[in-house]
Design a protein around this ligand. Structure first.
Ligand SMILES: Cc1cc2nc3c(=O)[nH]c(=O)nc-3n(C[C@H](O)[C@H](O)[C@H](O)COP(=O)(O)OP(=O)(O)OC[C@H]3O[C@@H](n4cnc5c(N)ncnc54)[C@H](O)[C@@H]3O)c2cc1C
Length: 385
C-alpha cells in the first residue's frame, strides 16, 4: 500500500486527497461532467473507501463524526468527489450495521480488501424523493433473485462495483413493504434512461437507469428496509449529505475571507465594509457546522438504542437536512456579495461559480418541502417540541 495519502487521521487523509488530487481537477470534472476517477483512485490508495468498515474486517472503524469531517474536507475541494465518497459510505453503513448474512458480511470484507465502490438506486422514476415506497418488486426463485427497476438517478452507477437498491418484497407486496438488496456488478445491467447534464454536482454522473439485476438471495438484507433506513440509512444520509453542503459553505467562506483580506491590504489602516459582512457570514457558517456536528455525535450516542428510531430524533434528522442545505446556500450567496465581480467571474481565484451551483444540489436532493411536511404532521400530534 502506498503511504502518499495516509497520515493517520481520516479527515487529514481526505484533505490530502482533496488538495492534491480532487481539487486540481474539480473544474475539469465540472466542465466535462465526468466522473472524478483520479479522486476515487486516490481515495482507494488512502483506503478511505473502507473508512466505516469495522477494524476486524480490515477497515478503519470510523465513527460518523470522523466521516463527516472527511466529507467536509473533500467537499471543500470538489463537491462531486465528496458526494461520491459520502454516498458510498452510506451504503457501507447499511452493510456494517445490518449485513447479517455471510454473503453481506463477505461484501463488506471486500469493500476493505478490494476497496469496492458502492452506489445506490433507491429513488424510482415516478415517485421522486419518496424512497419509502417502491413500484418494482424483487422476484425470488430458489436461492436466486431477479429485479428490474426504473431508477430515477444512480450517482456514479456506471463506475460502481455494486449497487444497493430497494424493491417491494414480492410482486403482491404493498409499496412500502420493501427490502434492500446488493446487486454486484457481475449480475447487473444498467441501461441509461436519462442524461446527467446537470446544473451542479456534475461529476456525480447521476444518470437515470433501467436496472436489471440477478444474484444470490443471501444478498437481500434480512431486516425490512423501513427498519434499516430509520436505524441507519436516514441518520447517516442526513449527516453525510449535510457535511457536503457544510464543506461547500466552508470553501465559499474561505474565498470571501481571502477577498476581504486582499481588500484590507489595498487600503492599510482601514477596515473594508465587507469585513462586517464576513463577520455576519461566519455566524451562519458556525450554525451549519454546529447542526451537522451535533447530530453526528447524537447518532453515535443513540445508534444502539430504540431512541434512534424515535419521533424526536426523526425531527432532528429532517431539520439537519433542511438547516444545513439552506444555511450553506445562504453562506454561498453572502460570499458572492462579499467577493463581488471577482466571485462572479468563472476564471478568478475568488470564483464562486461551481460552489454555488453545487450548493443548489442540497435543495433538490430530496425537497425540503417533503421533509417539512412530515415534521408538520408530527408536530400536530406531539405535545412537546
Ligand atoms: C446530485 C443528485 C444525486 C442523486 N443521486 C441519487 C442516487 O445515487 N440514488 C438515488 O436513489 N437517488 C439519487 N438522487 C435522487 C434524489 O435522492 C431524490 O430522489 C430526487 O432528487 C428527488 O427528485 P424530485 O425533485 O423529483 O423529488 P420530490 O422530492 O418528489 O420533489 C419534487 C417537488 O414535489 C414536491 N413534493 C413532492 N412530494 C411532496 C410531499 N410529500 N410534501 C411536500 N412536497 C412534496 C416538492 O416540494 C418539490 O417541489 C440524486 C439527486 C441528485 C440531485
Amino acid at each position: 500500500m502506498s503511504t502518499e495519502f495516509v497520515d493517520g487521521s481520516l479527515e487529514a487523509d481526505a484533505w490530502n486527497v482533496g488538495a492534491k488530487v480532487a481539487g486540481p481537477v474539480a473544474d475539469d470534472v465540472d466542465r466535462r461532467g465526468r466522473f472524478p476517477a483520479e479522486a476515487v483512485a486516490a481515495m482507494r490508495e488512502a483506503r478511505l473507501l473502507s473508512a466505516m468498515v469495522p477494524v476486524a474486517l480490515g477497515g478503519r472503524g470510523a465513527r460518523l463524526p470522523e466521516v463527516s469531517g472527511a466529507v467536509r474536507a473533500l467537499a471543500a475541494h470538489c463537491a462531486s468527489s465528496a458526494l461520491v465518497f459520502a454516498m458510498h459510505q452510506i451504503e457501507v453503513a447499511y452493510l456494517a450495521r445490518h449485513g447479517h448474512t455471510d454473503a453481506l458480511a463477505g461484501m463488506l470484507e471486500q469493500v476493505a480488501s478490494k476497496q469496492l465502490l458502492l452506489a445506490n438506486a433507491n429513488s424510482e422514476v415516478g415517485s421522486g424523493g419518496d424512497v419509502g415506497r417502491s413500484a418494482c418488486a424483487i422476484e425470488v426463485s430458489g436461492d436466486r433473485f431477479s429485479l428490474c427497476k426504473d431508477a430515477l438517478a444512480v450517482s456514479f452507477g456506471a463506475y460502481a462495483d455494486a449497487v444497493l437498491t430497494t424493491a417491494r418484497r414480492h410482486p403482491d407486496a404493498a409499496p412500502d413493504d420493501q427490502i434492500m438488496v446488493v446487486c454486484p456488478r457481475e449480475g447487473l445491467h444498467l441501461e441509461p434512461l436519462s442524461e446527467w447534464d446537470a446544473m451542479g454536482l456534475r461529476g456525480t454522473c447521476s444518470n437515470g437507469f433501467r436496472l436489471r439485476a440477478e444474484g444470490d438471495t443471501a444478498l437481500i438484507f434480512p431486516e425490512p428496509f423501513s427498519a434499516i433506513a430509520s436505524r441507519t440509512g436516514t441518520p447517516v444520509t442526513q449527516v453525510l449529505l449535510g457535511s457536503v453542503w457544510v464543506g461547500l459553505a466552508e470553501a465559499a467562506a474561505a474565498r470571501a475571507h481571502a477577498a476581504v483580506r486582499a481588500q484590507a491590504r489595498k487600503h492599510p489602516g482601514t477596515r473594508p465594509v465587507s469585513a462586517l459582512r464576513l463577520a455576519e457570514l461566519t455566524t451562519l457558517l458556525q450554525q451549519a457546522r454546529a447542526v451537522v456536528g451535533a447530530v453526528a455525535r447524537r447518532y453515535e450516542e443513540l445508534k444502539d438504542s430504540d431512541e434512534v428510531e424515535g419521533l424526536g430524533f426523526g425531527l432532528e434528522l429532517r431539520n439537519v437536512k433542511v438547516a444545513a442545505s439552506s444555511l450553506a446556500l445562504e453562506v454561498g450567496n453572502r460570499a458572492l456579495a462579499i467577493c463581488g465581480i471577482a466571485g462572479y467571474l468563472r476564471s478568478s481565484p475568488y470564483s464562486l461559480d461551481r460552489i454555488i451551483r453545487d450548493l443548489h444540489g442540497g435543495t433538490v436532493m430530496v425537497s425540503n418541502d417533503r421533509l417539512n411536511e412530515a415534521s408538520a404532521e408530527l408536530l400536530l400530534v406531539q405535545k412537546h417540541i
